[in-house]
Design a protein. Structure first.
Length: 525
């Protein structure tokens, strides 16, 4: 009896020494495969097993890495192999039940026979022990040892293996976390390097600490040159100093502005700059992403050129045509008028339409740039409505549509850019004529509504789907389908800009198949 106690003590002491050794060994590496191989070899050798396996699980219980040791040699199975061991093997039972298992005779234990760990040799009886690995209460792996002899493993072996597993659980978890971190870093590195936008990392003084390939390519500077520069050297001198944005950046906001990127030996590049705070290790740094906006800038220039072209090259000759037509009209002999007048009218209306279109195009540009309305003068709403109807009734007649006018008697005078608001009304009426089929009915009207004047154009055309009621006021948005003849999609965008610039609002109410009701309000004062 006494002898037995001494023997137990000896085992415990040697176990303790062994565990100490193992913990030292495990602390020596963070490389997951190295850690696995060490744990496995130390376990098999110290417990006296012939074979063993160790599977590492992630937070969701999926196997991420494994090692198998056979007579001192270590192999790493594939993900599919690990999955199958875990699904069918004893390891699966231990992982599911989160408790150790000791099988003295694998032939007589259904956890083994039902889930043979080693299918090839399942015929021979063996013994096995298997323990779960935990770290902070979370299952991080399963360690299995096998011996060719039945009844080889004892509860002491199991206790020792659990001791090893407890140490290994933390080591395996650390190694796994370390690997995940390295992978995350590698992924970030790849994203950083392969980004199609130039990305730079700087300190809070704007001194460049890192620059990706694209940053080097776009600035035409080598990495060494960039690492000796700061962001104010790379941006146009007019750019506000970085210190202006410190507060916003410290708050975690992304700062962005447009500037020009100064480049080595080539012309500056217009860019949009996005700056935000990022943590590099423990220190807060700044990440700069630069986006090439040269195409947009070119389009802006093109648009300005086009506006100038429309203004000078189209508008003045058109004005000449209209005034020449006026003069010609007065020169016509009275007897010629009957035949020629209708042709004249067509020419005048077409020219005026063109003139309205050009003016609206120019207005869109001006209003979008936020220019205020300067040509305001007082006008009677009824005059606006009547003039708009005069300009469009021939078109309505050509489609045999009924164009009626509803006006309140004592409408107060409003102060607006008369030509612009008249064009808004004409646009709405022309749309109603265009989209309403032959013989349809269109009503144009105006009435007072509190401190506003309400204008409306109502038709009994195809109507507009609910989800498009807002969208059709956006530039270039058009409804598709046979019911909607082709157009540019600029008319309503112009109307909205013009009405809003006058402090008013515009919208449409509609029922599909019944018609549309465009309404806009303008303030009386
Ligand atoms: P355009 O008429 O040149 O296409 P608009 O901006 O004037 O451009 O109109 C945008 C779209 O709104 C039109 O394409 C059409 O689909 C729809 N729309 C405008 N007015 C009406 C209307 N009275 N009835 C039905 N649909 C309309």
């Amino acid at each position: 009896m006494e002898n037995q106690i001494h023997q137990q003590d000896a085992i415990s002491r040697s176990s303790l020494a062994l565990l100490l050794d193992i913990s030292r060994e495990l602390a020596a590496s963070l490389e997951l495969r190295t850690v696995l191989a060490r744990v496995l070899l130390l376990s098999t050798v110290n417990v006296g097993a012939e074979r063993g396996s160790l599977i590492v699980l992630n937070e969701t219980g999926q196997p991420v890495e494994a090692a198998i040791a056979i007579h001192g040699q270590v192999f790493h199975p594939t993900v599919e192999e690990m999955q199958s061991i875990l699904e069918r093997g004893l390891a699966g039972w231990v992982a599911q039940n989160r408790q150790p298992a000791l099988i003295p005779n694998t032939r007589e234990d259904e956890r083994w026979t039902r889930r043979p760990d080693d299918a090839a040799e399942r015929t021979g009886s063996k013994s096995a022990i298997c323990v779960p690995l935990f770290s902070s209460g979370q299952l991080t792996g399963v360690l299995t040892l096998v011996h060719a002899q039945t009844g080889f493993f004892t509860t002491d072996h199991l206790a020792l293996l659990q001791g090893i597993a407890d140490l290994a659980g933390i080591a395996v978890r650390n190694a796994h976390l370390y690997r995940s971190m390295q992978e995350a870093q590698r992924r970030y590195r790849e994203l950083f390097e392969d980004s199609i936008d130039p990305i730079l990392i700087t300190d809070w003084q704007g001194r460049i600490l890192e620059a990706n390939r694209q940053a080097q390519a776009v600035t035409a500077c080598s990495l060494e040159m960039l690492l000796e520069s700061s962001m104010d050297q790379l941006q146009s001198p007019q750019t506000p100093p970085l210190s202006e944005y410190f507060h916003a950046l410290q708050e975690g906001q992304t700062v962005h502005y447009e500037t020009e990127l100064q480049r080595q030996g080539i012309s500056p590049l217009p860019v949009e700059v996005y700056i935000r705070r990022v943590m590099v290790g423990e220190s807060p740094m700044l990440q700069w992403i630069l986006r090439d906006i040269s195409e947009r800038k070119q389009l802006d220039t093109l648009r300005d050129d086009l506006s100038a072209m429309i203004y000078h090259d189209l508008r003045s000759p058109l004005a000449n045509i209209i005034s020449s037509l006026d003069i010609l009209q007065t020169l016509l002999p009275p007897d010629a008028a009957e035949n020629i007048q209708p042709v004249f009218d067509i020419a005048v209306r077409a020219a005026e339409r063109l003139q309205r279109l050009i003016s609206s195009l120019l207005d869109i540009n001006r209003l979008e740039a936020g220019q205020p309305i300067i040509n305001k003068r007082p006008v009677q709403p009824r005059v606006l409505v009547n003039e708009a109807v005069d300009a469009t009734h021939t078109l309505a007649e050509s489609k045999r549509q009924q164009l009626s006018v509803v006006l309140d008697d004592d409408l107060p005078v409003i102060s607006v850019d008369v030509d612009m608001i008249r064009r808004v009304l004409i646009n709405l009426i022309e749309n109603a004529i265009k989209y309403t089929p032959m013989q349809g009915a269109i009503e144009v009207g105006s009435r007072r509504e509190g401190e506003m004047i309400r204008f409306w154009v109502r038709d009994n055309g195809p109507g507009i789907p609910q989800d498009a009621l807002e969208l059709i006021f956006e530039k270039f948005n058009r409804l598709q389908g046979e019911r909607y003849p082709k157009g540019l999609g600029l008319g309503l965008a112009f109307c909205r800009l013009a009405v809003r610039a006058h402090g008013g609002k515009i919208w449409v109410e509609s029922t599909l198949g019944e018609g549309s009701h465009f309404i806009f309000l303008l303030p009386i004062r």
